[in-house]
Design a protein around this ligand. Structure first.
Ligand SMILES: *[C@@H]1O[C@H](CO)[C@@H](O)[C@H](O)[C@H]1NC(C)=O
Ligand SMILES: *[C@@H]1O[C@H](CO)[C@@H](O)[C@H](O)[C@H]1NC(C)=O
Ligand SMILES: *[C@@H]1O[C@H](CO)[C@@H](O)[C@H](O)[C@H]1NC(C)=O
Ligand SMILES: *[C@@H]1O[C@H](CO)[C@@H](O)[C@H](O)[C@H]1NC(C)=O
Ligand SMILES: *[C@@H]1O[C@H](CO)[C@@H](O)[C@H](O)[C@H]1NC(C)=O
Ligand SMILES: *[C@@H]1O[C@H](CO)[C@@H](O)[C@H](O)[C@H]1NC(C)=O
Length: 932
C-alpha cells in the first residue's frame, strides 16, 4: 500500500514536471525562437509543437523532471536578439549561445537562472555591459562573454559569483579598472581579460586567487610595475601579460615564486633590468616570450638546462654587452631537444657565431639572430637544422660564404642574410629549397653569377639580391617564377639584356635592376606586367624606345634615367593616375613633351639631360617646340594667317635683337667700371698672379697661415699687396691623384655661376713652382669667420682660431637657409644642373656677418656633360666618393652623382647643426647612425 502511494505520488510529480515542461520551457523556447533569425535554413525546424521538447535541437532535459537543463546553440549562425524569455528556463544548468551573430544586449532575466553553472555567449555582437542581474547566478562556474562588443567596465558585483572557475571577458571594449572584488572569486582557475581597454593597476586582492592556473591580461592599458600580487599565484602555469604596459624590473626570484609556469608571454611591455636569473629553474617551462622590452644584461646559458623548452623569444631588447662572449647561451641551448623557436634579434649581442648552432634541436623551425653585432661565419653544417622554416641572420657582421649545406633546409620559407659581409658565390643548392618564399641576400659581397637553379624555387614572392658583386646575365629561369612580386637585383655588375620573359611575371609589383650594365632594348613584354607599381631600370645601358606600357596603369614610380633610351615620350603616361615619380632624365629622348595630366607637375616628372626634348610646362625649362608645329601646318593656313605670323615673328625677332644689344651694352659698361679685376674667363687670370706673388703673400706657404684643408689641398690666408686685400688661396696637392681633374672641375663649375651664398672665385694660378713641379692654386674671397665645422665643434679647433661663442638657433637657421638657397640655385636655376657632391660643414664658410658661403667645388659635376663611364673612372681612380658620413649611400656603391645626393648631404648637415654630433661620431655604430 505504502509502495503504491509512493509510486502514485512520484507519478504525479513526474506528470507535474512534464506539464511544467509544456507550459513554461516550451513557451519560453518558442518565444526565444521567434526573436531569432536563422542563417542556415531550418536549423531550428525541430523546435515545433509536434516534436518532443527534449529532442529539440540543442536541448537536453533532466532525466527525472524532464525540464530543460542544457541549451547548446553553438555555431548555428543564429542572429537576432536573445529573448528575455530565456529567464523562464529555471532548471537550466548550461547555456551556450557562442559563435553566433546575436546582437542587442544580454537580458537581465538571465539572472533568474539560479541553477546556471555554465554561461557562454562568446563570439557574438552583444553590446552594452554585463547586466547586474547575472550576479544572482551564484552557482556560475564558467562565464564567457569573450569577443562581443561590451563597453563599460567590469562591475564590482562580479565578486558575488563565488563559484566561478572560468571567467572569459576577452576581446570586448571593457574600460575602467579591474574591481577589487575579483579577489573574492577564490575558486577561479582561468581568467581572461585579454584585448580590452582596462586601465590602472591590477588590484592586490588577486593575490588571494591561489587556485589560478591561467591568467590572461594581454593587450590592455594597465600601468605600474609587474603586479606584485601575481608573484603569489604559485599554481600559475599560463601567464599572458603581453602588451599590458607594465614597467619596472622583474624580481630575481621570479622562478622560485612561480615554479609551475609552462607558458610565459611577457612581450611588449616596458620591463627593464636583467632577465630573472631563476627563470631557467622553472622545470616545465616550454614557452618564454619577453620580446619588445628594455631588458639588459646577458642571456643566461642555464636556459640550456630547461628540458622541455620549445620557444625562447628575447627579440628587441638591449641584451648583450656589445663586447664578445654574448652568444655563449646558444651553445648551451643545444641540450634543449624540443626547441622550435629561438629569436634574439634586435639586441646588442656581439661575438662570433658559434659553430654549435648547427647542433641545435632538429625540431628548430625559427632561428633569428638578426640586427646584432654578430661576426664570424655561417657554420658549414647549418644544413643540419632540417626543420627550419625561417632563418634570419641579416644586419650583422658575418663574413665568409653561404654554405652549400643550406640546400638541405628543404622546409625553409624565409632566408634572410642581407646586410652582412658575406662573400663567395651563391650556392646553386639554394634551388633545392623549393618552398622558399622570401630570399634576402642583398647588401653583401656575393660574386659570380646568379644560380640558374633559383628557377626551381617556384613559390618565391620576394627575391632580393641587389648591392652585391654579381656578374653574368639575369637567368631566363628566374623569369618563370610566376609568384614573384618583388625582384630586386640592382647595384651589381649584371650584363646582357632584360629577357622578354619578364612579361610572364604578372604578379610583379616591384622590379629593380638599376645600376648594372644591362643593355639592349627593353622588351615589349614589359607591358604585360600588369601588377607593376615600382619599376627601377636606371643607370644601365638600355637603348631603343620605351616599350608599350599602356596597360601598366597602376605604376607609382618609374625610373629610366641614365640610359641611352630614345624616341618620344608616350603621351598616355600623362593619364597614369597613381604615378608619383617618373624619371626619364639623362637619355636621348626627343620630341614634344606632353603638358597635360601628370606632366603638369615638375616634381613628378624629371626630364633633364635630354637634348632633343622640347615643349612641356615651363618649370621643365625645355626649349619650346615652335619651329616644327607651325611650319608643318603652313599649307593649311590662309594667307591672312601667314601674314599675321610673319609680322609677329618679325617683331619678336627685332625685340630679341634689341634686348641682346642692350645686355651687351650694359655688360660692357660694367666691365669697364670694374677695372678689369674680374674678367670674364679664368684663362685670362692665370697670367696675372704668379707663383712668386702667392709665395710672398703667404709667407712662403707658412703653416701659421693655414686656415683649413679641402679635399685636394691646403687653404692659406694671404695678403695680396697689389690689391691690398686678404684672400684665401687653395693650393692643390698635385701628388694626390685626381687633383688636376678636381682643379678643372672647380674652374668649370665656378666660372659661370654666381650666387650670394657661393664663395666667390677671384682668380686662379696655373704655374710651375721653384722646384719645377706643377703648381695649381685657386684664389677665393677670404671668409673671416672660418667654417661652420669650427663653430659646431669648437673643442677640435686650436685655441687662437676657436670661435668665442656658439651659434644661436636663429643663426643656425639662417645658415641652413643660405645653404639651401645655394643648392636650389645649383640644382634648379643654373643653365645646367650642377651637383656639388661634397657638401659638409667644413665646406660651408661664414663671412663677417655669419652669412654662409658654400665652397669646394672639387667634386662638382655638371650633370648634363657627365657621362657614366668617365665619372665612374674618375671616382675610382681618384678614390674620392665625397666624404664619409655626408655622401649619399649610393655613392659608396658606385652610384652616379645626382642632385639627390646633395640633398642627402644637406640633410646630414642639418642633423649635425641641430644635434652637434658628427655623422662619424663614435656614438654611432653599425646600425645606429645620425641618419637613422
Ligand atoms: C517538427 O520537427 C520534426 C523533426 O525535425 C520534423 O520531422 C517535422 O516535420 C516538424 N514538423 C513541423 C510541422 O514542422
Ligand atoms: C515567463 O513565464 C511566465 C509564466 O508562465 C509568463 O507569465 C511570462 O510571460 C514569461 N516570461 C517571459 C519573458 O516569457
Ligand atoms: C568579499 O567577501 C567578503 C566576505 O564575504 C565581503 O565582506 C566583501 O565585501 C567582499 N568584497 C568585495 C569587494 O565584494
Ligand atoms: C639537390 O637535391 C638533389 C636530390 O635531392 C641532389 O642530388 C643534389 O645534389 C642537390 N643539389 C645540390 C646543389 O645540393
Ligand atoms: C664574374 O666575376 C668572377 C669573380 O668575381 C670572375 O672570375 C669572372 O670572370 C666574372 N665573369 C665575367 C663574365 O665578368
Ligand atoms: C605635384 O606632385 C607632388 C607629389 O606628388 C604633390 O605633392 C604636389 O602637390 C603636386 N603639385 C601640384 C601642383 O599638383
Amino acid at each position: 500500500m505504502k509502495v503504491f502511494i509512493l509510486l502514485a505520488l512520484s507519478t504525479l510529480m513526474l506528470l507535474e514536471a512534464y506539464r511544467f515542461t509544456d507550459e513554461t520551457d516550451r513557451q519560453a523556447l518558442l518565444e526565444f525562437k521567434s526573436q531569432v533569425s536563422e542563417g542556415k535554413r531550418d536549423v531550428l525546424s525541430s523546435w515545433n509543437n509536434s516534436f518532443p521538447l527534449c529532442r529539440w535541437k540543442g536541448v537536453r532535459c533532466g532525466r527525472k523532471h524532464k525540464r530543460v537543463t542544457l541549451l547548446d546553440l553553438n555555431g548555428l549562425q543564429l542572429g537576432g536578439v536573445i529573448s528575455p524569455s530565456i529567464g523562464n528556463l529555471s532548471f537550466l544548468i548550461s547555456l551556450n549561445l557562442s559563435d553566433n551573430s546575436f546582437g542587442g544586449t544580454i537580458p537581465r532575466e538571465v539572472g533568474n537562472l539560479f541553477r546556471l553553472e555554465h554561461l557562454d555567449m562568446s563570439l557574438n555582437f552583444l553590446k552594452e555591459g554585463i547586466p547586474v542581474g547575472i550576479y544572482n547566478c551564484s552557482r556560475l562556474a564558467e562565464f564567457s562573454l569573450f569577443s562581443n562588443n561590451l563597453g563599460k567596465g567590469v562591475p564590482s558585483e562580479i565578486g558575488s559569483l563565488r563559484k566561478l572557475v572560468v571567467l572569459d571577458l576577452g576581446q570586448n571594449d571593457l574600460r575602467g579598472k579591474l574591481p577589487a572584488s575579483l579577489g573574492n572569486l577564490t575558486s577561479l582557475m582561468e581568467v581572461s581579460f585579454t584585448t580590452n581597454n582596462i586601465e590602472g593597476e591590477i588590484p592586490d586582492d588577486i593575490a588571494r586567487l591561489t587556485q589560478m592556473v591561467a591568467l590572461q591580461l594581454s593587450a590592455n592599458k594597465f600601468s605600474g610595475v609587474f603586479p606584485p600580487s601575481i608573484y603569489n599565484l604559485s599554481s600559475l602555469s599560463f601567464l599572458n601579460i603581453f602588451g599590458c604596459g607594465f614597467s619596472g624590473n622583474l624580481r630575481p626570484d621570479f622562478g622560485h615564486l612561480l615554479p609551475n609556469l609552462e607558458h610565459i608571454y611577457m612581450g611588449g611591455n616596458y620591463f627593464t633590468g636583467a632577465i630573472p636569473i631563476t627563470l631557467p629553474i622553472i622545470s616545465n617551462l616550454q614557452v618564454l616570450g619577453m620580446e619588445d622590452n628594455n631588458l639588459r644584461g646577458s642571456i643566461p646559458p642555464s636556459f640550456g638546462q630547461v628540458p622541455n623548452l620549445q620557444s625562447l623569444n628575447f627579440r628587441a631588447n638591449q641584451l648583450g654587452s656589445r663586447s664578445f662572449g654574448d652568444l655563449d647561451f646558444l651553445g648551451a641551448l643545444t641540450n634543449c631537444s624540443q626547441l622550435q623557436v629561438v629569436d634574439v634579434g634586435e639586441n646588442w649581442l656581439r661575438g662570433d657565431l658559434p659553430n654549435s648552432i648547427a647542433n641545435l634541436s632538429r625540431n628548430l623551425m625559427y632561428l633569428s639572430l638578426q640586427t646584432n653585432f654578430i661576426s664570424g661565419s655561417i657554420p658549414h653544417d647549418i644544413g643540419n637544422l632540417i626543420s627550419l622554416q625561417s632563418l634570419r641572420l641579416n644586419l650583422n657582421l658575418l663574413t665568409g660564404p653561404l654554405p652549400t649545406s643550406v640546400g638541405k633546409l628543404l622546409g625553409l620559407e624565409e632566408l634572410s642574410i642581407h646586410s652582412n659581409r658575406l662573400s663567395g658565390e651563391i650556392p646553386s643548392s639554394i634551388g633545392n629549397i623549393t618552398r622558399l618564399v622570401y630570399l634576402y641576400l642583398s647588401n653583401n659581397s656575393f660574386e659570380g653569377t646568379i644560380p640558374l637553379s633559383l628557377g626551381k624555387c617556384s613559390q618565391l614572392l620576394d627575391l632580393q639580391i641587389g648591392y652585391n658583386k654579381l656578374n653574368g646575365t639575369i637567368p631566363q629561369e628566374i623569369m618563370v617564377i610566376r609568384s614573384l612580386t618583388t625582384l630586386s637585383m640592382s647595384h651589381n655588375y649584371l650584363s646582357g639584356s632584360l629577357a622578354k620573359d619578364v612579361g610572364r611575371l604578372q604578379n610583379l609589383v616591384r622590379l629593380s635592376v638599376s645600376a648594372n650594365k644591362l643593355s639592349g632594348e627593353l622588351p615589349q613584354t614589359l607591358g604585360n606586367c600588369f601588377s607593376m607599381e615600382f619599376m627601377y631600370l636606371q643607370g644601365n645601358l638600355f637603348d631603343g624606345a620605351i616599350p608599350d606600357i599602356k596597360m601598366l596603369v597602376g605604376v607609382k614610380e618609374v625610373d629610366l634615367s641614365n640610359n641611352n633610351l630614345s624616341g618620344s615620350i608616350p603621351g598616355y603616361i600623362a593619364n597614369f593616375s597613381s604615378l608619383q615619380y617618373l624619371n626619364l632624365s639623362i637619355n636621348n629622348f626627343e620630341g614634344m613633351v606632353p603638358t597635360e595630366g601628370k606632366f603638369q607637375n615638375s616634381t613628378i616628372v624629371l626630364l633633364f639631360g635630354n637634348k632633343n626634348l622640347c615643349g612641356g610646362i615651363k618649370e621643365l625649362k625645355l626649349k619650346p617646340c615652335i619651329a616644327v608645329a607651325p611650319l608643318m601646318e603652313t599649307n593649311h593656313l590662309s594667307l591672312l594667317k601667314k601674314v599675321v605670323i610673319g609680322v609677329s615673328v618679325g617683331i619678336a625677332f627685332l625685340l630679341l635683337l634689341f634686348i641682346v644689344s642692350l645686355c651687351w651694352f650694359i655688360k660692357r659698361k660694367k666691365n669697364q667700371k670694374t677695372n678689369n679685376s674680374a674678367a670674364s674667363t679664368l684663362e685670362s687670370f692665370h697670367e696675372k698672379i704668379s707663383y712668386g706673388v702667392l709665395q710672398n703673400a703667404t709667407d712662403g706657404f707658412s703653416s701659421s697661415n693655414i686656415v683649413g684643408s679641402g679635399s685636394f689641398g691646403t687653404v692659406f690666408k694671404a695678403l695680396l699687396p697689389t690689391e691690398n686685400k686678404i684672400v684665401a688661396v687653395k693650393v692643390l696637392n698635385m701628388q694626390r691623384r685626381g687633383a688636376m681633374k678636381s682643379f678643372m672641375a672647380e674652374c668649370v663649375s665656378l666660372k659661370d655661376i654666381k650666387h650670394r651664398n657661393l664663395v666667390k672665385l677671384l682668380t686662379a694660378c696655373a704655374s710651375i713652382d721653384f722646384h719645377g713641379n706643377e703648381f695649381r692654386a685657386l684664389i677665393y674671397e677670404f671668409m673671416p669667420n672660418g667654417s661652420l665645422d669650427m663653430w659646431l665643434h669648437p673643442e677640435e679647433v686650436e685655441e687662437i682660431r676657436r670661435p668665442s661663442r656658439t651659434l644661436t638657433l636663429l643663426e643656425r637657421l639662417n645658415i641652413a637657409i643660405d645653404v639651401a638657397s645655394v643648392l636650389d640655385y645649383l640644382h634648379v636655376h643654373c643653365h645646367e644642373p650642377i651637383a656639388h657632391c661634397d657638401l659638409k660643414p667644413s665646406n660651408t664658410l661664414l663671412d663677417d656677418d655669419l652669412t654662409a658661403h658654400v665652397s669646394d667645388f672639387g667634386l662638382a659635376r655638371l650633370l648634363l656633360k657627365f657621362d657614366q663611364e668617365s665619372f665612374f673612372n674618375q671616382l675610382s681612380s681618384a678614390g674620392v666618393r665625397g666624404t664619409i658620413g655626408y655622401a649619399a649611400p649610393e655613392y659608396g656603391m658606385g652610384g652616379q652623382p645626382s642632385i639627390h645626393g646633395d640633398v642627402y648631404s644637406f640633410g646630414v648637415l642639418l642633423l649635425e647643426m641641430l644635434t652637434g654630433k658628427r655623422p662619424t661620431n663614435e656614438l654611432f655604430g653599425d646600425n645606429f647612425t645620425l641618419h637613422s
